[in-house]
Design a binder for this molecule. Structure first.
Ligand code: HSE
Length: 437
């Protein structure tokens, strides 16, 4: 029997508690499979007295995660504190510098400091594993690091934020307004402490930054991702999209283009028949297009105590087996600098919603501006009108346009001109259509 693997677990919240439960319930199985024990030797959390659904009896208690991170009694530092600075960053840096392996679920930390931390891990020849940082229980990091290591990945995309998918699904199924459903998502505990992180698309962007690096061998650079959240999606958009045969989803997508990597998080319309359109509620999904394998689609729980603990435990098991590889597959010195694709060149069709004054000529003015920018329209529909003759302010109508293939630049120029014409009663809505299968 090999020597036990000693863990120091910092953070005993939802995921930390789930990890303690998992390690206790799978103790014998893991010991047999690995030929060694995995022991929770030390723990650290904000409050020792807080009631928890898992026992850490026998573990050494630390108040300071940095002291735990460098303690000679541990081999692996498991960071489940969260946050891109403060205690999480300090303790992970200290652990790596002290030659400890690190397992973390912290996407914000890695999206911001991933490259520097990878360099530190490689310098000390230790693992920096982060399966739980992207899509909770879905083993997408392993998929990219290991199973697809010999493929050229062309595109990686998916539903990376359960809170947003929950909100959009509920708005769609129950015809509810965004604000009402957000409240429910917070009450259910799906949203991060600051919900703008989820609904503004930033949580998904952190995850996409990690996937982009793993998929394309580029340095992690979250600042290059174009991010738009779901705050401006209305129940009316969801209904209009449905009538047109689409669902609205918040997608993270990164693809190789001739001018560089295009990575963005934004709401998109996907055909109702597409597999991603059927992914409902807090479930996540990630699709990967590889040159030899074709398209792979992973679907599963993107958050929650047990699924996330499952991902953390898989990273620990790798370390127990002696598997140490560069955190972003390529040694950090050979990661390519991130070259961002030229903006605005994406060819595709778009959904546009305009709130216009319901007056003769309004529609003609819109189509003229689109024609001026050579934007060809597939359909134009006036969905509602509260028209009353002589009403003040003028009655408003909602006009929904679907374009043929065009570039984002052309649409933006046309919309700027429409806004300048002064006939809109609200901000235009523009959503990409992704004809996914
Ligand atoms: N708040 C995240 C989500 C959970 O809604 O997907 C973990 O990343």
């Amino acid at each position: 029997m090999k020597a036990p693997l000693h863990l120091g677990v910092a953070g005993l919240g939802t995921v930390g508690t789930g990890l303690l439960q998992l390690l206790a319930s799978r103790r014998e199985h893991l010991e047999q499979a690995l030929g060694r024990q995995i022991r929770v030797t030390a723990v650290c959390a904000r409050s020792r007295a807080k009631p928890r659904a898992a026992s850490f009896d026998g573990a050494i208690w630390f108040d300071d995660p940095v002291k735990l991170a460098v303690d000679p009694a541990i081999d692996v530092f498991v960071e489940l504190i969260g946050g891109d600075e403060g205690a999480a960053r300090a303790s992970v840096e200290a652990a790596l510098a002290a030659g400890k392996h690190v397992v973390t679920a912290n996407k914000a930390l890695l999206a911001k400091h991933g490259l520097a931390l990878a360099r530190l891990a490689e310098k000390h020849n230790v693992a920096l594993n982060f399966e739980a940082a992207v899509a909770g229980g879905i083993p997408v990091i392993k998929m990219l690091r290991e199973a697809l290591a010999a493929n050229e990945v062309r595109r990686v995309y998916g539903i990376l934020n359960g809170t947003c998918n929950f909100i959009l699904t509920k708005m769609q199924n129950e015809h509810l307004a965004f604000a009402d459903v957000l409240k429910e998502a917070q009450e259910k505990g799906y949203a991060e402490a600051d919900p703008t992180f989820d609904i503004g698309g930033f949580d998904a962007a952190h995850k996409l930054a990690l996937l982009t690096s793993l998929a394309f061998g580029t340095a992690v650079d979250c600042s290059q991702i174009r991010v738009e959240g779901i705050e401006n999606i209305t129940a009316g958009d969801i209904d209009a999209a449905s009538d047109l045969g689409y669902r609205i989803k918040l997608l993270g997508m990164a693809e190789q283009t001739p001018t560089g990597v295009e990575a963005r998080v934004n709401p998109v319309l996907v055909p109702k028949g597409a597999t991603l359109a059927e992914v409902a509620g807090v479930t996540n999904s990630v699709a990967i297009d590889g040159d030899f394998v074709g398209t792979l689609l992973l679907v599963g729980p993107g958050a929650g105590s047990k699924p996330t603990a499952s991902a953390v435990a898989s990273d620990i098991v790798d370390i127990a087996r002696g598997l140490v590889m560069p955190p972003f597959v390529h040694p950090s010195a050979s990661l390519k600098p991130y070259k961002r694709a030229e903006a605005g060149l994406h060819q595709g069709s778009f959904y546009i919603r305009l709130a216009v004054e319901d007056r003769p000529g309004a529609m003609a003015a819109i189509t003229r501006r689109m024609a001026d920018e050579s934007v060809s329209l597939e359909s134009i529909v006036q969905r509602q009108s509260r028209h009353q003759a002589g009403a003040t302010p003028p009655a408003a109508a909602t006009v929904i346009l679907v374009t043929h293939e065009t570039t984002e630049d052309q649409i933006r120029r046309a919309l700027d001109a429409i806004v300048r014409d002064g006939k809109l009663t609200g901000k235009p809505q523009m959503i990409r259509i992704e004809e996914l299968e």
